[in-house]
Structure formats: C-alpha cells, structure tokens
Design a protein around this ligand. Structure first.
Ligand code: BES
Ligand code: MN
Ligand code: ZN
Length: 464
C-alpha cells in the first residue's frame, strides 16, 4: 500500500472517495448531502457508513460516507478507529484506490490517519495460499512529514505483529537473534556459555527444558550527545508451555505470543536508526523457550540470579519474571538513566484490565506518569497498578531469598515487586501487556491476533 499526499483529493480518480459526516451535520460532498443526508436521512452516527455510486459524475466511482458521531464527543482515538473502519469497508468492496477528504477536524490528524490506515492494511496471510485483498493506493491531503514518520512506526509495528503471530516453530530464540542482527545496529548475542559466565542462573533455568538454545540479545542505538539513555527489555519466551507445571490446552493455545514484549522491542529497534531520536537506546531480550523437556527446571529448584539473589522455584509457569530478573540486572549495569521492561507477564493483569489496557508499575512516579501520557497521546492505554509492600509477603521463601510466585490475588502487583528486586540504581517502569498483546477476537483497530502493543507508546516516550 502506498499513501500519496495530493492537494486536490476530490479530483483524484479512485474507486472510493471517503468523506466524513458528524452526527446531524452535512458533508463536504454535494452528492452525499443530496442522497445520503437529505434523502436517506443518514445520521452519521459513529462507525456508520453509507455507500453511494457516482455514475461517472465524479472522478471517484463511489463515495463512502463515514459517520464520525457527535462532534462534541469526537477525539483522536475515535478518528483512528473511524479511519480504520472506513478502510476495512473499502477493502471488503475490493477497492484498490481510495481517496480521503476529511474535514472539520480540530487537530493535526496525519499521525492517527496513518495509524488507522496501517492497522486496516495489516493481516497475517503468510501461510495462506490465497492472499487477503489489499488496497494499493491511498490519496490524502495532510501533514506529510507527520504522515511519513507515522508510516515508519507502523512498519516497525508490522514486524512486531508478524513475529508475535508466527508459530513458535518459526519465531525461535535463534530467529529473534537473527532478526536483531539484521538491523545494522551494534548488536551482541550472548550464548548459553556467556550467560553462565555472567551468572544468569534464573534466565538459564527457564530455557533448559527446551531443545532451542538460549539467545540473550543486546542491540544498541548510539548518538553523538544523547539527551538520555534508555534500556528497553522485552520478555522473549518464544513459547510458554508452562514447563513442568504445564498449562491446560486452552491456556497454552496462544502462548506463541509470550514473546510479544521482545517483538515490540525488535519492532522499535528495526526503525530506531530512521527515527533517529537523540537518545541512546538499548534493546534487550533474554530469549528462550519454556518447555517441560527431560532437563527442565523443576519446582523446588533454587536459582541464583545475576545479582546474587536466590529464588526458590514455586511454579515453573512463572518463568517470565525469572528471565526478566537477569535482564534487569544486566540493564542496571549499563549506566542508563531509565529501564523499561515490557512483558506478557501475568494472567492476573489480564483479569484486572481485560484486553483494553496494559498494566504499569515502576519505582519512579514521574516516569510512570510520563510513560502513561506518552501512551495515551498515540492511542494506547496504560493503567497504573499499586506496588504496596504488603504484596511482597507472599513471595517469602523459607529456603531462599524469595520464591517466584506469590498469592493468586494481586498477581500483577506481586510480579512487579518481584522484578523490583533486580533493578538497581536506575529509574524503572514495567509494562504488563498480557491482556493487550494478543486479541482473541477483533476489537477497535485490531484484528484477532497480535496487536503490536507498546510500539507506538514507547517510540513516543523515547522521542519526547
Ligand atoms: N505468559 C504467562 C502470562 C500470560 C497469561 C500471558 C495469559 C498472556 C495471557 C506467564 O508466564 C504465566 O504463565 N503466568 C502465570 C503466573 C502464575 C503461575 C503465578 C499466570 O499468570 O497464571
Ligand atoms: Mn508462564
Ligand atoms: Zn509466560
């Protein structure tokens, strides 16, 4: 799909011209006003559409009126979703060339326009012999530099979504390492032996029941005078069977998505050179597979993380925090100002927030608030969860410094407190995307499957 910025959208030859209508108002299109608004009383409620043939009276073969709802209730999120719906509708009609003539909008909509169009364009049809119908060309008149920047972000997100949608047999730790090495960044892959030398006993334990080798990935984007140094850590469990504490089939079904955090970091790092923020950005992934093979780690094992702290394994299915523990220790030693980890960490977070919002905790109120508002600006929703000390009670172990699971209640907060034990002298935020990384059915601008959670938000946070 190619987006062309043109001055005169209305006079562009296309299959469908898309115009907007606020509820109870008129459109900018004469034919639409005559037939849709006046004759057929099309109201323009949010998400409604009305299709009108032009019979050669216009350069566009058809006009699609999209309801934007009440003007007083309109915002950039609704705009993105309405754009998405309009494009989807055009695709259903097998349109190849689509023009947009949006009017009466009070914000610079180029960014959200690109998001809406790219979300609609996305599908994962690599394994289908019959490919999905796609729009070939889009014509629009909007802020071109903002549009092009947003396109770069969405291309990064495509990589994120593809990797998370891929079967675990394809997106292995080795594959993630190969992908990381393809960006032309300063990248180091630590093998199992290297991780042993670094004392990453928690991370190593998780992957030891799998035939897939561990890959600890560190990508670095440098710049001359960095305003700030940030490390991004993505949970990279390429498949989470639960390990010996094996998951039931219904819970295991989508566990190829347990590397969505890693996929997010890879999506961002794939475009970091082009986006060129004046920030030093480290992308870190402790990739491995959680399997119940004959050498698997076991409940009751006691592990020693990189910082020397010991962990009793209470449940092999609480593996993400073990891999993140060593990654957080590693990141804490890089001399960065801030660390952000993003992870499909707990079912508890999903229970709390559904697939509508991600959970966030951290050790610095201001940083957490800044991440939340950076997310909100681009259309992602993060909700802060508490990290009261009381949640830590259940992580107590009689034989080690802590155990890897606590009480079922408040599980997302407990997981956050567990991670905090491995963060040293650096500002840190932890984003739990267990609920939002993978949709079980279509919602808003997302189709079923990987959503690309974190890409827009973290790029916006880094760039600010
Ligand atoms: N990867 C899962 C969390 C998850 C659940 C992600 C649902 C996406 C959707 C994680 O490794 C896990 O298994 N967590 C356990 C922890 C428990 C054993 C303390 C959970 O949440 O049940
Ligand atoms: Mn698990
Ligand atoms: Zn997991």
């Amino acid at each position: 799909m190619k987006i062309n910025v043109v001055a005169d959208v209305k006079n562009t030859e296309c299959d469908i011209l898309i115009v907007n209508q606020f509820e109870g108002e008129k459109t900018t299109e004469e034919l639409a006003n005559k037939y849709a608004v006046e004759e057929d009383k099309f109201e323009g409620k949010f998400g409604q559409t009305y299709l009108l043939p032009t019979y050669g009276k216009q350069p566009a073969r058809k006009i699609l009126v999209v309801g934007f709802g009440k003007k007083s209730e309109f915002n950039s999120d609704k705009f993105r979703i309405a754009t998405y719906k309009a494009v989807k509708k055009a695709m259903q009609m097998k349109a190849k060339k689509v023009a947009f003539d949006f009017s009466a909008l009070e914000f610079n909509w180029a960014e959200q326009f690109a998001y809406g169009v790219y979300f609609a364009d996305y599908s994962f049809d690599k394994y289908k012999t019959k490919k999905d119908d796609k729009i070939e060309e889009v014509f629009v008149n909007c802020d071109e530099s903002l549009l092009r920047r947003s396109e770069i972000i969405m291309e990064g997100m495509k990589l994120t979504r593809d990797l998370a949608n891929e079967p675990a047999a394809f997106a292995t730790p080795t594959k993630l390492a190969e992908v990381a090495q393809s960006f032309g960044l300063d990248t180091k892959i630590y093998e199992k032996e290297d991780c042993e030398k670094m004392g990453m006993g928690a991370y190593l334990a998780v992957g030891q029941g799998s035939s897939q080798p561990h890959k600890f990935i560190h990508m670095k984007h440098s710049c001359p005078n960095p305003r700030k140094k940030i490390a991004l850590i993505g949970k990279g469990i390429t498949f989470d069977s639960g390990g010996l504490d094996i998951k039931p089939p219904s819970s295991m079904l989508t566990m190829r998505d347990d590397m969505s955090g890693a996929a997010c970091v890879l999506g961002i790092m794939s475009k970091i050179k082009e986006l060129a923020p004046d920030v030093e950005v480290h992308g870190i992934i402790a990739a491995c597979e959680n399997m119940p093979g004959c050498s698997a780690y076991k409940p009751g094992d006691i592990l020693t993380a990189k910082n020397g702290k010991t962990i009793e394994v209470d449940n092999t299915d609480a593996e993400g925090r073990l891999t993140l523990a060593d990654a957080l220790c590693y990141a804490s030693e890089l001399g960065v100002d801030e660390v952000i980890d993003i992870a499909t960490l707990t079912g508890a977070c999903m229970v709390a927030l559904g697939n509508v919002a991600a959970g966030i905790v951290g050790n610095d109120c201001e940083m957490v608030q800044n991440v939340i508002s950076a997310a909100k600006e681009v259309g992602e929703r993060y909700w802060e969860l508490p990290m009261y000390e009381e949640y830590k009670e259940s992580l107590k172990s009689e034989v080690a410094d802590m155990q890897n699971t606590g009480s079922r209640w408040g599980g997302a907060s407990t997981a956050g407190l567990f991670l905090k034990e491995f963060v040293k002298d650096v500002k840190w935020s932890h984003i739990d995307i267990a609920g939002v990384a993978f949709m079980d059915k279509p919602m808003n601008e997302f189709i079923k499957g990987a959503s690309g959670a974190g890409v827009r938000a973290l790029i916006n946070y880094i760039s600010k």
